[in-house]
Design a protein around this ligand. Structure first.
Ligand SMILES: *[C@@H]1O[C@H](CO)[C@@H](O)[C@H](O)[C@H]1NC(C)=O
Ligand SMILES: *[C@@H]1O[C@H](CO)[C@@H](O)[C@H](O)[C@H]1NC(C)=O
Ligand SMILES: *[C@@H]1O[C@H](CO)[C@@H](O)[C@H](O)[C@H]1NC(C)=O
Ligand SMILES: *[C@@H]1O[C@H](CO)[C@@H](O)[C@H](O)[C@H]1NC(C)=O
Ligand SMILES: *[C@@H]1O[C@H](CO)[C@@H](O)[C@H](O)[C@H]1NC(C)=O
Ligand SMILES: *[C@@H]1O[C@H](CO)[C@@H](O)[C@H](O)[C@H]1NC(C)=O
Ligand SMILES: *[C@@H]1O[C@H](CO)[C@@H](O)[C@H](O)[C@H]1NC(C)=O
Ligand SMILES: *[C@@H]1O[C@H](CO)[C@@H](O)[C@H](O)[C@H]1NC(C)=O
Ligand SMILES: *[C@@H]1O[C@H](CO)[C@@H](O)[C@H](O)[C@H]1NC(C)=O
Ligand SMILES: *[C@@H]1O[C@H](CO)[C@@H](O)[C@H](O)[C@H]1NC(C)=O
Ligand SMILES: *[C@@H]1O[C@H](CO)[C@@H](O)[C@H](O)[C@H]1NC(C)=O
Ligand SMILES: *[C@@H]1O[C@H](CO)[C@@H](O)[C@H](O)[C@H]1NC(C)=O
Length: 824
């Protein structure tokens, strides 16, 4: 009884417990010890994790590292499951440093329910295994920006649910497989920057396609009207392939088309807009860098929604059709690099929304109509390389938006008069070079306070530079080269300034170098060549930390180049040309000991891209302003010829002291300038031996020691300088055997004439120049070690190899064209 009672009691308790259990059940199921994730899915993910060689990525972020069995795999970062079945349906491991290839048996291919897979920027290598075909539920597949190679497997035909496919920026090659025809739901296809070849006819039946980007591949075919069925097409980009044949005008009959870019291919023939309806949605039309010719069709006016029209770099001829004035929505118009001619079309000046206008490199003639001022939104104007004359377009002074102007290489004669001036605070970038501008530089130029670039070079400007320029004007680059300007050089940089580059060469400036230049703290380039400057050497410029190029050539500068009380400075000097002046005096042995930049090995600046292209591309190799792509240029006597360096290779290092009255020995410390390419000491009164340390300048290409009083032998070591291509030792008192090396033997005889004591010239000069050796000249080993080189070596030890690159990264991506540019 008791027992039965207690049994019953027990039963009640059990029942209560049971009820309690039932009530608590849902909580238990949701607790972390039970998993929603199916164990096969979890194991597949852990397999995949094991395959990846995890390194933290560029952000120091790693997704898979924290994947472990203590948590539900559906809660792992990057993983999304189906809520009811616990199947992994989405995997997003963008920027995981996998650094491995996908094996055909990879855990990845066991995740057969995946609808979305993003493995972009994962450093994936090797082929795409054909097991990819197992993931037949995929709608979204992104393998972009990896190092995948090989052909795309035909099994892709199994992915017939695919809507989005991105394989951009890999090294895939071969054809698009014919099984692609199966992807009847595909809407976006991104294959840019691979090495795919042949044609794209296989896409003909994929009527759902709306975005196709095949840019930067090796596709080589015509685009035939097979594709005319793609009636959902919105964007077709095929930049930089080898597509050929006529313009695929059928594309323009697709009503949904918004954006077409055929740039950088080999399309040819005239463009016919055929039967396109005028309600076209087209906003971007880019056919630049092809071989199109004929006239620009009148019917271009149909595309009233166009914002960007780029016909540049083709062979279009004739006048610009006046119907272009109907394209009232245009903001970018590029007609440059064609054979367009006639007067500058006024019709363009009705397009008041234009911001960028490029008519350069055509045959437009006559004056620019004043109505150009109607383009009130213009911010960039390029009219360079035409035959325009008369006044420089007035709008460049009056506009308050126009900040980039290039009218160079025309025949403009005047600045125009009575101008109302635009916004003085706008930063401007103006190139008026190589015209026929006459008279003085107008004073009102001083109203414009900021020029990142102002180029008046190669004109006929005369008079003096307005002194107002010295008052708080800020210039990045000022180029007045090759005019007839006179008077004193302006006192630039009075209040400090951003002047980076100043070229006043080939004018008639007199007087001294303005001391105010010492305030140009960021100056890198100074060229005063070919004036009548009469001054002593500007030691005071030595404090400019960034001065890289100093050209004082062909003036009447005088006095010593060495001042015991003035430390020379110039820590960044790479090119110094003080030739054809009246400098005199001798130089101490350690003179070059502090010129560290001339001995620093130049390495190309590199930069990593962080978006859509995980490769490193080089920075600029040339001196100049990278942002606006303006390069510094000089003339130098190089390899015996007066050469125009329109761009200065940053590794180029040169010293030209020729045509002065220097005397004494060449400082032995010259041998420390191991990166020097050009050394010209000709036409002075140097004496003594040629320092054997020259043999240490292993990069030397040009060596001119002619017309001095050098004596002794030519150091043997110079025969080993393998880059040496121009040598001139003529008219000295040298003796002994000329080194027997290819570099010496390939010189002209005239490089050694005027040295009666030299011998061994048979191969260079022929029989008649052979002189008789004297016993002393046979001994090659003695003279080399005689040079004192103690003091300057000691001085040099204090300096580590320092390299200065004040480089800023330029624009890599131009948003309008959505394509990559190699900067520099
Ligand atoms: C396991 O995963 C949990 C939750 O994601 C995390 O907090 C923990 O640090 C992980 N453990 C290991 C050893 O990675
Ligand atoms: C990737 O692996 C290769 C060897 O296969 C190695 O040389 C390279 O340094 C690795 N890269 C990274 C980012 O781990
Ligand atoms: C792919 O699917 C096939 C059959 O559908 C199967 O035999 C194979 O094991 C799968 N591959 C992987 C890696 O799961
Ligand atoms: C195309 O898809 C079907 C299933 O819809 C499949 O049976 C066939 O094998 C696929 N063809 C190719 C070439 O992959
Ligand atoms: C497109 O479809 C048509 C008709 O179904 C067929 O004849 C043609 O071969 C298909 N083209 C491609 C490239 O698959
Ligand atoms: C494609 O791009 C490369 C590198 O940017 C360039 O050298 C080549 O000329 C371009 N091809 C065409 C057809 O413009
Ligand atoms: C325009 O349409 C007419 C008549 O429909 C046709 O004859 C002509 O070939 C078409 N032109 C183009 C370029 O498609
Ligand atoms: C100077 O400019 C004129 C044009 O004004 C040009 O013909 C000439 O070649 C230029 N000279 C130099 C040395 O650049
Ligand atoms: C400048 O040139 C103009 C015409 O070329 C001439 O009339 C004027 O006298 C010159 N002025 C000076 C200061 O040389
Ligand atoms: C430069 O500015 C000062 C005052 O800051 C003024 O007195 C002088 O006239 C200005 N010089 C020129 C040439 O504009
Ligand atoms: C080299 O620099 C040091 C200080 O940095 C200076 O004392 C020395 O005079 C310099 N030598 C020459 C030759 O200019
Ligand atoms: C050339 O440089 C080396 C060290 O780089 C030095 O030992 C040698 O003395 C130098 N030779 C001359 C001739 O200066």
């Amino acid at each position: 009884m008791i027992r039965s009672q207690s049994d019953r009691f027990l039963g009640i308790i059990i029942t209560i417990y049971f009820l309690f259990f039932l009530i608590s059940l849902p909580n238990t199921l949701a607790s972390p010890t039970r998993s929603l994730c199916r164990s096969d899915q979890r194991d597949a993910l852990l397999e995949l994790k094991k395959e990846f060689t995890i390194h933290s990525n560029d952000n120091g972020h790693v997704t898979t590292v924290l994947w472990n069995k203590s948590a539900d795999c559906c809660s792992w970062e990057g993983v999304t499951c189906d809520a009811t079945l616990g199947e992994v349906i989405s995997l997003n491991l963008i920027s995981e440093t996998a650094n491995t290839s996908l094996k055909p048996s990879s855990g990845l291919f066991k995740l057969q329910h995946l609808r979305e897979l993003d493995l972009s920027f994962c450093h994936l290598q090797g082929d795409i295994p054909s097991s990819i075909g197992n993931l037949s539920h995929l709608k979204h597949l992104d393998l972009s920006c990896n190092q995948l190679v090989g052909e795309f497997p035909a099994s892709v035909g199994n992915l017939n649910q695919l809507e989005y496919l991105d394989l951009s920026v890999n090294n895939l090659r071969g054809n698009i497989p014919t099984s692609f025809a199966n992807l009847t739901k595909l809407s976006e296809l991104h294959l840019r920057e691979n090495q795919f070849t042949s044609g794209i006819r296989v896409l003909a039946n994929l009527t759902t396609l709306s975005i196709i980007d095949l840019s930067f591949n090796h596709f080589k075919s015509s685009i035939s009207s097979d594709l005319s069925g793609l009636h959902n097409l919105e964007r077709l980009w095929v930049y930089n392939n080898s597509f050929f044949g006529p313009f695929p005008s059928f594309v323009l009959t697709i009503p949904s088309l918004v954006d077409i870019a055929l740039s950088e291919n080999q399309f040819e023939g005239a463009i016919d807009f055929g039967n396109t309806s005028s309600s076209s949605k087209l906003t971007n039309f880019d056919v630049s860098y092809n071989n199109f010719d004929g006239l620009i069709p009148e019917s271009i006016s149909k595309f009233v929604n166009l914002k960007n029209l780029d016909l540049s770099h083709n062979n279009f001829g004739g006048p610009v059709p006046s119907s272009i004035s109907k394209l009232v929505n245009l903001d970018h118009l590029y007609l440059n690099h064609n054979n367009l001619g006639g007067k500058v079309p006024r019709s363009i000046f009705k397009l008041v929304n234009i911001e960028y206008l490029d008519l350069s490199h055509n045959n437009f003639g006559g004056p620019v109509p004043r109505s150009i001022s109607r383009l009130v939104n213009l911010s960039s104007l390029d009219l360079s390389y035409n035959k325009l004359n008369g006044e420089v377009p007035h709008c460049i002074w009056s506009s308050s938006k126009l900040n980039s102007v290039d009218v160079s290489y025309n025949s403009f004669t005047s600045f125009g008069k009575s101008v109302e001036l635009g916004d003085g605070s706008l930063e401007r970038d103006w190139d008026l070079s190589s015209n026929s501008l006459q008279g003085p530089i107008p004073k009102w130029i001083c109203n414009f306070k900021y020029f990142s670039f102002l180029d008046f070079s190669n004109n006929h400007l005369n008079g003096s530079i307005p002194q107002c320029l010295k008052n708080s004007t800020d210039y990045g680059m000022l180029n007045l080269r090759n005019n007839s300007l006179s008077g004193f050089m302006p006192d630039l940089c009075m209040d400090g300034s951003q002047l980076r580059s100043l070229d006043v060469s080939l004018n008639n400036f007199v007087g001294k170098l303005p001391k105010s230049l010492i305030n140009c703290e960021v100056m890198e380039f100074l060229n005063v060549r070919g004036n009548k400057i009469k001054d002593t050497f500007p030691f005071w410029l030595g404090s400019l930390q960034h001065l890289t190029v100093l050209v004082l050539r062909s003036n009447t500068l005088y006095g010593p180049l060495y001042n015991p009380s003035a430390y020379l400075g110039f820590p960044s000097m790479r090119i110094m040309d003080i030739s054809n002046n009246n400098f005199s005096g001798s130089l101490p042995q350690d003179y070059f000991a502090n010129w560290t930049e001339m001995s620093s090995v130049w390495s190309r600046p590199i930069r990593t891209l962080d978006y859509k292209r995980n490769i490193r591309i080089p920075g600029s190799n040339y001196m100049g302003d990278r942002k606006n792509n303006h390069k510094d240029s000089i003339e130098l006597v190089y390899k015996g010829v007066d050469m125009d360096f329109v761009q200065i290779f940053k590794a180029f290092k040169a010293i030209d002291f020729s045509g002065n009255r220097f005397s004494g020995h060449i400082p032995g410390s010259i041998g420390l300038l191991s990166e020097l390419r050009l050394l010209n000491l000709s036409g002075n009164a140097f004496t003594g031996n040629i320092p054997p340390s020259l043999a240490n300048i292993t990069k030397l290409e040009t060596l001119d020691l002619s017309r001095n009083n050098f004596s002794g032998e030519i150091p043997r070591g110079l025969g080993k300088l393998s880059f040496l291509s121009t040598i001139n030792f003529s008219h000295n008192h040298l003796q002994g055997l000329v080194p027997r090396s290819t570099q010496f033997r390939s010189q002209n005889c005239s490089s050694f004439t005027g040295n009666p004591g030299l011998y061994g010239l048979e191969e260079i000069c022929g029989e008649k120049h052979v002189s008789v050796p004297t016993p002393r000249q046979q001994d090659e080993s003695t003279s080399e070690s005689e040079e004192p080189m103690l003091s300057w070596i000691a001085a040099a030890i204090a300096f580590g190899p320092g390299v200065f690159y004040g480089l800023v990264s330029g624009h890599i991506f131009t948003s309008y064209k959505h394509r990559w540019f190699m900067a520099g």
